[in-house]
Structure formats: structure tokens, C-alpha cells
Design a protein around this ligand. Structure first.
Ligand SMILES: NC(=O)c1ccc[n+]([C@@H]2O[C@H](COP(=O)([O-])OP(=O)(O)OC[C@H]3O[C@@H](n4cnc5c(N)ncnc54)[C@H](OP(=O)(O)O)[C@@H]3O)[C@@H](O)[C@H]2O)c1
Length: 346
């Protein structure tokens, strides 16, 4: 028999999966460790004695019955172009909610397109991109919007001090690049547009202490799927500090290194959000440490709210649609600092 405290983590031994497992334990949940590699699962159990591990592969749908007994599943195994659909299928079969950390625009679009009706009919919730990219930006945009239901533009600027990508990030980027045939993507006129234009470099006025930074414009992230999924905003733009973008594409890009007892790297971030409607602007920003580590409290807070009935909708939905966005961000105050400029309140 399962318990409402059992939460399956698929890809549990990956870099992000490990943060998610630790966060679940810290919050009193019992992670059920899932992945395709038995040796890696056993090594993870050594670090977490007493936890159950089950081998499961997306290539073998029957093995995904390993979800049985869990109250929810968090999918941390990317590329999600490969793992999301089989895991959502398995979650729907098991009748449990599904949350993933996918930062792949096309895979996130597919999750909305393929599972919206079935998830709604099942009365369950499927939340793609419930992580730093996609989820956090959507919560911030939804918070900045306040009582607005529509806006002309939403801008999400990522002020990363550096970006040491994991193998999973690089693999996900390569898969997305292949799916686009090497083209670039932006969200304009209320839809995704594929193009070959060079990306602009501009200066973004991050709040102090970071201040103005050179950023790559149209560095398009999963927020272009999550935000328009529930807010009427025809122009959604995302920006990345030029230094972090260069780190990511460097031929010798190296994985993050832990510098504290929680395993977090020294990377810091500011996510600065600006929404504009008519002549009025509203802003909100969040600062924190390590984009992989912060994805764990985001995903686990989502699961906690789902399992305790603090949701606003069913079906496939992004963070800002499912949860009370300002309340959600407030609940993460030990991980994230929020900044609301006085001159753009209200
Ligand atoms: N939205 C965000 O902000 C955000 C944040 C964090 C992570 N992510 C995404 O999450 C994914 C994982 O990132 P990571 O940092 O944890 O990378 P990682 O340390 O390289 O881990 C990747 C994990 O995915 C598993 N995996 C890959 N392909 C699989 C498949 N076909 N079947 C089963 N498992 C598979 C790997 O298992 P094996 O070792 O067995 O291959 C490993 O557990 C990436 O796609 C990344 O982009 C997104």
C-alpha cells in the first residue's frame, strides 16, 4: 500500500534529482528512488539508507508500474523529449499527479498538447517545467501581473553570475536544437516563431546590487510556454546575461561544483520580471543561489501543495495557473528573496 508521504523521483540519481530527494526528505516526504541504472540507484541508496529504489525505464512501459504506491511523481530525467510522455502516461495510469523540471520548449508544448484533455478528465494535475526555468519565471510574471489578466508584454531577464551546465542540460539543449533543425525560437504575436536571425545583445537594468548587465535578447527559455499557457500576453521575451550564455556554449563547459554543505554551487541568480500594459509597468525580481538546487524546493513545494489540495485547476497547467503565485513564492522565502520596487507597486 502506498502512503500520501511517498513521492517517486524519476532520475533520482541525477544532479537535480539528488537535490529533489534531499528536499523531499527535509520536508518529511519519503522519496521512492527511480531510474534506469541499477548501480546508480544502489549508490544513491547508500547515501540514503532505508529508502526504496526501483529500476524503471521509459523504454519498458511495464517497468513504470514502479510508480505504484507513490502519491505523486517528480520527473527529473532529461532530455524530456524522451522521458516526459512515458512518465505522464504512467502517472495517469497510476492516477497520481505529475510534476517535471523540463526546460525544453518543444517537450513542454507536447505535454500540454498531448495530455491536457486526459489529465483534466482524470481530475489530476500535470505540471511541466516546475523548476528554475519555466516555473519560477511564470510565478514571478503571475505575481507581477497582480490583478491584470492581460498585458502587452512580459520580459524575464536571467542575471546568472555564471552557468556551469550539467550533462543533462547540455543533452536537453542538443535535443531541442535538433528538433528545431538548428533554428532559433521566440514567442511573438501570441505564438512560437522559428527564425534564423542573429540574437541581439543589449543592456538589462537588473536591480542593485547586480545593476546593468550585458544580456543576450531572445535567449528563449521555457517561460514562453508556461506564461502564455494561462495569461493573455502576446509578447514574452527572455534574456540571459552574456557571460552565462558564453559559459553554456563554451567548448570546455564544466559541470557545477558544490561549495556548501547542501551541495550548492557558488552560482547566484537574479530573475528580473517586467510586465507592461498600456503605459504602465509592473516589476518583481527574485534572487537566490544555484539554478539546479533551487529547482528542488520549487518542485517539492508544488507537490506539497497538490497533495494538500492547495491547487486552482486540474489538467496540464503551469505553476502560475495551478498555485497562488505570491503565496507560493512567499513559502520559499528561505531559498529566494523577492524584490518589489516601490515605484511599480499596485
Ligand atoms: N527547468 C529548469 O530550470 C531545470 C532545472 C534543473 C534541471 N533541468 C533539466 O533536468 C534534466 C536533468 O538535469 P540534471 O541537472 O539532473 O542532469 P544530470 O545530472 O545529467 O542527470 C540527468 C538524469 O536524467 C537521466 N536520464 C537521461 N535520459 C534518460 C532516459 N532516457 N531514461 C531515464 N533516465 C534518463 C539520467 O540517468 P542516467 O545516468 O541513467 O543516464 C540522470 O539521472 C535536464 O534536462 C535539465 O535541463 C531543468
Amino acid at each position: 500500500m502506498g502512503s500520501s508521504r511517498n513521492v517517486a523521483v524519476f532520475g533520482a540519481y541525477g544532479h537535480t534529482g539528488r537535490f529533489v530527494v534531499a528536499e523531499l526528505r527535509e520536508r518529511g516526504y519519503v522519496p521512492l528512488l527511480l531510474g534506469r541504472d541499477q548501480d546508480k540507484l544502489l549508490a544513491l541508496v547508500e547515501a540514503h539508507p532505508g529508502l526504496e529504489a526501483r529500476q524503471a525505464s521509459v523504454d519498458d512501459p511495464a517497468s513504470l508500474r514502479a510508480l505504484n504506491g507513490a502519491a505523486a511523481v517528480i520527473n527529473c530525467a532529461g532530455p524530456f523529449a524522451t522521458t516526459a510522455a512515458p512518465l505522464v502516461e504512467a502517472a495517469l495510469r497510476a492516477g497520481i499527479p505529475y510534476v517535471d523540471v523540463a526546460a525544453e520548449i518543444e517537450a513542454n508544448v507536447d505535454t500540454f498538447a498531448h495530455f491536457a484533455e486526459r489529465a483534466r478528465a482524470a481530475g489530476t494535475v500535470v505540471v511541466p517545467a516546475m523548476a528554475f526555468y519555466g516555473g519560477l519565471g511564470d510565478l514571478l510574471v503571475t505575481t507581477a501581473m497582480g490583478d491584470w489578466t492581460a498585458a502587452d508584454e512580459a520580459h524575464i531577464a536571467y542575471g546568472l553570475s555564471s552557468w556551469h551546465p550539467t550533462a543533462g542540460t547540455l543533452a536537453a539543449g542538443a535535443v531541442s536544437g535538433q528538433r528545431r533543425g538548428g533554428r532559433r525560437v521566440r514567442y511573438t504575436g501570441g505564438r512560437l516563431e522559428y527564425h534564423d536571425d542573429a540574437l541581439p545583445t543589449l543592456e538589462w537594468p537588473f536591480p542593485a546590487p547586480l545593476g546593468p548587465q550585458s544580456v543576450i535578447g531572445e535567449f528563449t527559455m521555457a517561460d514562453v510556454v508556461t506564461v502564455p499557457s494561462h495569461l493573455a500576453v502576446p509578447e514574452v521575451r527572455t534574456y540571459m546575461t552574456a557571460k552565462a550564455a558564453a559559459d553554456l556554449s563554451a567548448p570546455d563547459a564544466s559541470a557545477p561544483t558544490a561549495v556548501d554543505e547542501r551541495g550548492r554551487s557558488a552560482q547566484t541568480f537574479v530573475v528580473d520580471v517586467l510586465v507592461r500594459s498600456g503605459g504602465t509597468e509592473r516589476r518583481v525580481a527574485a534572487t537566490g543561489r544555484d539554478i539546479y538546487a533551487i529547482s528542488a524546493p520549487l518542485a517539492v513545494e508544488a507537490v506539497d501543495r497538490i497533495l494538500t489540495g492547495r491547487t486552482r485547476t486540474t489538467g496540464v497547467a503551469s505553476a502560475g495557473a495551478v498555485f497562488d503565485a505570491p503565496d507560493f513564492l512567499q513559502a520559499l522565502s528561505s531559498h529566494l528573496s523577492l524584490h518589489v520596487p516601490l515605484d511599480t507597486r499596485g
